[in-house]
Design a protein around this ligand. Structure first.
Ligand SMILES: Nc1nc2c(c(=O)[nH]1)N[C@H]1C(S)=C(S)[C@@H](COP(=O)(O)O)O[C@H]1N2
Ligand SMILES: [Mo]
Length: 425
């Protein structure tokens, strides 16, 4: 029984015998690898939006130097964004138990007194606040964005993007300081090959802070505790990962908003992000008499009905939709007019097709417009699609016409297209 006078600031208040350098080190090494992959795939995800192309694509206009690495997002392989974003989201969710266990394992340090023993110690504690705060912030904003369907439309990108840079700065400093000791701890325990011992042999003063001076009876071994954390991660993995694959895992992806039985069946039976009703698309605007596609470029402006478009040479492409939320479809069969053919209607030879601004019938919402780069326009697989899987697009998938571009994030595949403006953006 803890004495009633014990406060969290007293080391004896923390009684779990699981805490110790081995447990913290194992989790830390997993996070070192995992968070590095999360950061890199996150940077790729941002680059995939082509934020330096046009203001409509850029949710973080004040990024300054942080955009130093941006590059033209390629169109090959067509599953590129499926892969990078599927890994980003699935790995992020899978690491949640590891992150929480890691924070739990070091929580006594949060309360340790005195708050600072020296200037160096004070700086370390401030950097730890940025590290812990940054980690919680990035994981929380990421998960909320997936689960609550754009809780903060428009503001998620800047929050998650700027937060990532603050977090990664603290993370790099922490990793440089702690990784050598963590590796030593794990190696030594492995050499001794027994139940990982609480008592560290090296650097006693620092590592001892993690070990309870007053441990309770163990209810689980340290290895067992790592196994529980791993089991939690595995459970999250099998209930999430399938949102990016058409395999049995799709059926078990019950935690993912677009997993499980969601895609449905039939030609249009794949995930729908925003329905036509949600986007405020009035069926009267999409009818044969009302809808016209406006295509503008240096040679002027043309207006085309859907029947006009159907008289142009149509092409087919097998391409997936891959959303920033991590879910993706398998390849669907799209049929429509290549974007570069639309560019040539308004004055650009195929090889010289420029960037394009695509605008939807939709009047409100951040996703009603998007800009595509010339490499995307010139790819012969990039279409203004009129059909999918052999039938007219359904209203929810963008009837009368939508953009589909290989390897691009879903948000650039604008639905209910009304206007395309070719030229330098
Ligand atoms: N006009 C418009 N186009 C849009 C959207 C939107 O909200 N409005 N959502 C985009 C997003 S975020 C994705 S992932 C894809 C999803 O396409 P789907 O609903 O056909 O699967 O459409 C994109 N095109
Ligand atoms: Mo999306």
């Amino acid at each position: 029984m803890p004495r009633p006078s014990l406060l969290p600031t007293s080391p004896a208040f923390w009684r779990s015998p699981v805490r110790g350098p081995w447990f913290t080190s194992v989790l830390g090494i997993v996070l070192l690898g995992g968070i590095t992959v999360l950061f890199l795939t996150g940077l790729l995800s941002y680059a995939a939006y082509n934020p330096d192309l046009a203001p409509v694509n850029d949710q973080t206009p004040d990024k300054g130097l942080l955009g130093f690495y941006l590059f033209s997002w390629p169109t090959h392989p067509s599953w590129l964004y499926r892969l990078t974003q599927g890994v980003h989201v699935t790995l992020g969710i899978t690491l949640v138990p590891v992150l929480l266990a890691k924070l739990w394992s070091v929580v006594p340090k949060l309360f340790a007194l005195p708050p600072a023993r020296s200037l160096a110690h004070a700086l370390e504690r401030v950097s730890l606040l940025l590290l812990v705060g940054g980690a919680l912030f990035e994981f929380t904003t990421g998960v909320l964005n997936i689960q609550l369907d754009y809780l903060f439309p428009g503001s998620f990108y800047p929050l998650h993007f700027y937060g990532a840079w603050v977090f990664i700065a603290a993370f790099v400093a922490h990793a440089v300081l702690k990784t050598p000791a963590a590796l030593r701890t794990v190696r030594r325990m492995r050499a001794e090959n027994g139940e990982p011992d609480a008592r560290p042999t090296g650097h006693p003063s620092e590592q001892d802070e993690l070990v309870s001076p007053n441990p309770a009876e163990p209810t689980v071994s340290r290895r067992g505790a790592v196994g529980l954390v791993g089991g939690g991660s595995l459970l999250l993995f099998v209930t999430t990962a399938g949102h990016s694959f058409d395999a049995p895992l799709r059926q078990t992806a019950v935690l993912a908003p677009h997993g499980g039985p969601e895609p449905g069946s039939g030609p249009g039976g794949f995930q729908i992000n925003k329905t036509a009703a949600y986007a405020g698309i009035d069926p009267r605007e999409t009818g044969e008499d009302a809808w016209r596609l406006v295509v503008a470029g240096r040679a002027g402006t043309v207006r085309l009905s859907r029947a006009d478009l159907l008289r142009l040479p149509l092409h087919s492409s097998a391409l997936p939709i891959a959303c920033v939320e991590g879910w993706s479809t398998s390849d669907q069969w799209w049929r429509g007019v290549p974007l570069r053919d639309l560019a040539s209607l308004v004055g650009y030879e195929h090889g010289t097709a420029p960037d394009v601004l695509v605008e939807s019938l939709q009047r409100h919402g951040a996703f009603r417009r998007g800009a595509l780069r010339h490499n995307q326009v010139r790819d012969p697989r990039s279409l203004l699609a009129l059909f999918v899987n052999g039938e007219d697009l359904s209203p929810d998938h963008g009837y009368p016409a939508r953009v589909i571009v290989p390897a691009a994030p879903g948000v650039l595949n604008t639905k209910w297209v009304a206007r395309m403006t070719f030229g330098d953006l």
